[in-house]
Design a protein around this ligand. Structure first.
Ligand code: COA
Length: 206
């Protein structure tokens, strides 16, 4: 349980099921989440919440109002990697709760938890290039676009690009140069092998 000034991040409970059934059946929102919208009866919603909460490489929180503790959304880290120390972010708010700064606040709380408790160095995410609200949220929170998956998601007859974004949580670490982050240089070396470099860091010399 993480208490902020305007909201709480907490585990899900039975009282949240109706809220999540509505969210999981909101087709437009599921598309924004890059999920495939499907009809979700209550037993599937419960399974989804259980799977999210039981995964050992994930941290799933309900975003709840500070006054009445009712659910207004969720925020999660998935694919948390114990060696590389990063996790993949997901966030979603109820339509009525959007545009009020709750997402920015929840993100700050999650980043602090990720850095101090999970010892993560970085948060990564994919966002559809057409998702203006989410892009604005991430950009204003300091996430940088480090790559693009071109025509990565099929939505109603259109192929959408996905932006790959990330934020370094450990400010003491040197930041890579943005321009070279996604470039891989291949250099032939005297041994006849190929040396791969990413952002100036030597990866392999076969
Ligand atoms: C993305 C989402 C979580 C943002 O929530 P939110 O409560 O609207 O965000 P906030 O109110 O904290 O606003 C954060 C910033 O984004 C901006 N913003 C939010 N919605 C916006 C929109 N539709 N268009 C443009 N800017 C928007 C705000 O102005 C604010 O910018 P600022 O910090 O410069 O003032 C919410 O819209 C949502 O749940 N969308 C559906 C699910 C989704 O797309 N999840 C992300 C998938 S990658």
């Amino acid at each position: 349980m993480i208490n902020g000034q305007r909201l709480t991040l907490r585990p899900w409970n039975e009282g949240d099921l109706a809220f999540f059934q509505r969210l999981r059946n909101d087709v437009e929102t599921q598309i924004q989440l890059l999920a495939i919208p499907r009809p979700n009866p209550m037993h599937r919603v419960r399974k989804w919440l259980e799977n999210r909460s039981n995964a050992l490489d994930a941290a799933f929180f309900v975003i709840a109002g500070i006054v009445d503790d009712s659910a207004i959304g969720f925020i999660e880290l998935r694919e948390i990697h114990p060696v590389h120390c990063w996790g993949s972010l997901g966030i979603c708010l109820d339509r009525d709760a959007r545009g009020k700064g709750f997402a920015s606040h929840a993100l700050e709380l999650m980043e602090s938890y990720a850095r101090r408790v999970l010892m993560l160095r970085k948060i990564v995410l994919n966002v559809a290039s057409t998702n203006d609200g989410a892009r604005r949220l991430y950009e204003s929170a300091g996430y940088r676009t480090v790559g693009i998956h071109h025509q990565h998601y099929h939505v109603a007859g259109e192929w959408l690009d996905a932006l790959v974004m990330e934020k370094r949580l450990n400010v003491e670490e040197p930041q890579p140069e943005a321009a070279t982050t996604s470039r891989i240089d291949r250099q032939h070396v005297p041994s006849g092998g190929v040396r791969h470099r990413v952002s100036g860091e030597r990866l392999a010399t076969p």
